[in-house]
Design a protein around this ligand. Sequence first.
Ligand code: G3H
Ligand code: 13P
Ligand code: ZN
Length: 311
Amino acid sequence: MPLVNTKEMFKAAYEGGYAIGAFNVNNMEIIQGIVEAGKKLNAPLILQVSKGARAYANHTYLVKLVEAAVEETGLPIALHLDHGPDFETCKSCIDGGFTSVMIDGSHLPYEENVALTKKVVDYAHAHGVTVEGELGQLAGVEDDVNVSAEDASYTNPDQVYDFVTRTGVDSLAIAIGTSHGAYKFKPGQKPQLRFDILEEVSKKLPGFPIVLHGASSVVPEFVEIINNYGGEMPDAIGIPEEMLRQSAQMAVCKINIDSDLRLAMTAAIRKYMAENPSHFDPRQYLKPAREAIQGMVEHKINTVLGCGGKA
Ligand code: G3H
Ligand code: 13P
Ligand code: ZN
């Protein structure tokens, strides 16, 4: 099976009350860990690449690695551009083998977001590529964009029908209180998501796939390992898993996870290095790192996404 776009995945996910995991990839071990989990649990996958990942690992290396993952596993896998910053980057990914792109115009004035998103949709659809747009702004850091909690804004449900019909997007990322990175809530603050907004949005867009960014749970077990082995991540707090599960049973069909993979990988490497100070063969510490990624993705599929057995 070749790489797929997200159309059929999202249709089945919406109807089945589950979500597809969209995992950020930056190197071979991350890709291998994710797809091993997908293979074991027979889960469809979205592997997503940010502007920063393309700059780090090179477009062609990432595409070839993901193509190898498809060949090795036979799973339905979509290769997606995460937070596409402009038309040119989206076009380069569409021309270069991606099957899905996000155009992130969420920081733009509404009409500019509509115009840019429509331009990407027109080009993408002519090439069989699906498009994710965004309305509303999450707090947190992604690539070189840093949005403070004060500047973040929830999605306005009154805009979503107009945005989706005028742009032709295939899915829509909304802001309901998730945020990028490992510090999503202040210590002592009660984690909360605006399920009322999600509910309103899905009433305006019946059957339409919604995307949640900033959806790592910042699994405490891994933060603890990092802190126990010389790291300093005090007060790292994520989205409670039961809230994510609830959103997956609603209209959310794609849940973005990056920080939890970073934590799992870093925790495994820190622990290995501390316990084996004389080792210096990268394979020795990248093997447990890859296994930690696999374990994290299996956990997400079983506990949060509900997409096991749906490939
Ligand atoms: O939302 C952003 C993702 O976590 C990607 O992060 O831009 O550092 O690659 P990055
Ligand atoms: P996290 O930082 O919560 O993993 O979010 C990742 C994300 O939204 C990628 O687009
Ligand atoms: Zn994101």
